[in-house]
Every structure is written in structure tokens, then in C-alpha cells.
Design a protein. Structure first.
Ligand SMILES: [Zn+2]
Length: 237
């Protein structure tokens, strides 16, 4: 069997509860619609989403995995994803902008003559020629022989900002720092994140805290409660 097919089957066979493998589903019909360099990222992302599906005995039902404008898109049928699923999808999309879709090395999202792609320097101008195929098989072979290693989440932070339930004009900033690797979501994500809470601070202090998290982290995902306090605090230049 061709390595490409084996690599796709590894993904499809690993997560039967998570994936929509019905006849009309794109993933069943065309497989994983990304370059070989992203297969490990797809595998780790789906692994975590699968943990969620197992924990809740429902949840995301993924029906398509594709590259859209140089970024990884994992499409599922549930329209109301929970926080853990949303964070995983945001982080995966971010990481896909740093991984060469051909070989899996460090890459940059760039606009090439054939659209947006994330590529390393070496594969910037590579289309579907002989060298692409050589890399493809090497990368697929490595992927087939590897186990789950977790999603590389070092430097990511999630920040939740909301108005204080107790004091007027004050609010809370909760920072959740991700570990080096997020290995599993069999248990809640909360236990694996390092949390720092700043309760009942004014918006100037909140803004300072948020600035410093933003400067120290690789990427920060912000969520506010829509309050005036959150809007003022999240005013990041
Ligand atoms: Zn490359």
C-alpha cells in the first residue's frame, strides 16, 4: 500500500469516534487535505479533540481537514464548540503557520504564486515535482512510525477578563499558561495549565498585566465578558 494511504489510514483509524466517516463526508471521500508536513500536527490536534469526545461521549464530529490560505482548518459539525475545543483549534491554526507543509520543518506562512502556503526556506518555491515526492515519502514514513507526543503548546496563554462581581469599576484577569506539550485531554485542560489570578484590579492595572503577558508569550488568546472593564483592559496597541 502506498505510504500516503497508510498515513491517511493511520489518522482515520485512530479516531473513529471523532471523525465523521459517513459517505458524504469529505474526510471519508478525499482524506486529509493537507501536505505531509502537517500530518503530525493534524494527528495531535485530532488526538486532543478525540480525548474531548471520549470524555463527553459526544462533542466534535470532524468531517473535513484542509488547508485554507496557508492555515490548518479542522471543520466539524457541532456549531457550539466548548472552550477546550476552541482553544485547541486556535492553537493548531497558529502552529500551522510555523510548520512547513512539505517537510514539517520550521516554516513561514507566505503568499506564493500558487496561493498562501506555509513553507520552509528550502520548499518555498516547490510545487508538485519530484523533490516534493521524495520529501513526501520520507515525512509519511516518519509519521507512520511515530506515536502521539502531544501538541507543542509552550508560549501559549489564554487570558480571561471579566468585571468584578463585587466591586464597581474593577475586574478580574485570569491567565492560563500552557505547558510545553499538551499531552492529553482525558482530564480537563484546567489541570494542565498554570493559572495566575488577579482579582478585583482596576482597568489600568489590568491593562498593564495584559500587556506584559502579551509581551512574554508567543501567542495569547483573549476572552472578555463584553463589559466596559474588559474592553478598556483589553485595549492592546
Ligand atoms: Zn520544508
Amino acid at each position: 500500500m502506498k505510504l500516503e494511504k497508510l498515513a491517511t489510514q493511520k489518522i482515520l483509524n485512530s479516531y473513529p469516534l471523532l471523525l465523521d466517516l459517513s459517505k458524504a463526508s469529505p474526510i471519508k471521500n478525499v482524506g486529509v487535505e493537507v501536505g505531509p508536513g502537517w500530518y503530525p500536527l493534524v494527528y495531535e490536534t485530532l488526538g486532543l479533540l478525540n480525548d474531548l469526545a471520549l470524555r463527553y461521549q459526544s462533542g466534535p464530529h470532524v468531517n473535513q481537514i484542509k488547508m485554507e490560505s496557508g492555515a490548518l482548518e479542522v471543520l466539524s459539525s457541532n456549531s457550539n464548540p466548548d472552550l477546550e475545543q476552541t482553544l485547541i483549534e486556535i492553537i493548531s491554526r497558529y502552529l500551522s503557520g510555523e510548520i512547513c507543509e512539505v517537510c514539517g520543518a520550521t516554516g513561514v506562512r507566505q503568499h506564493l504564486s500558487f496561493g498562501y502556503h506555509t513553507r520552509c526556506e528550502r520548499h518555498s518555491y516547490l510545487r508538485n515535482d519530484v523533490e516534493y515526492n521524495i520529501y513526501k515519502y520520507k515525512v509519511f514514513e516518519n509519521f507512520i512510525n511515530s506515536d502521539r507526543q502531544g501538541l507543542k503548546t509552550d508560549g501559549f496563554a489564554y487570558v480571561h477578563v471579566y468585571k468584578s462581581p463585587y466591586y464597581k469599576n474593577r475586574g478580574c484577569v485570569h491567565i492560563y499558561e500552557f505547558p510545553e506539550h499538551l499531552l492529553s485531554l482525558k482530564e480537563s485542560m484546567e489541570y494542565q495549565l498554570h493559572s495566575i489570578c488577579h482579582d478585583d484590579v482596576n482597568d489600568l492595572i489590568a491593562n498593564e498585566i495584559i500587556h506584559s503577558v502579551n509581551n512574554e508569550s508567543k501567542a495569547v488568546i483573549f476572552a472578555g465578558d463584553g463589559s466596559r472593564f474588559a474592553k478598556k483592559s483589553l485595549n492592546i496597541k
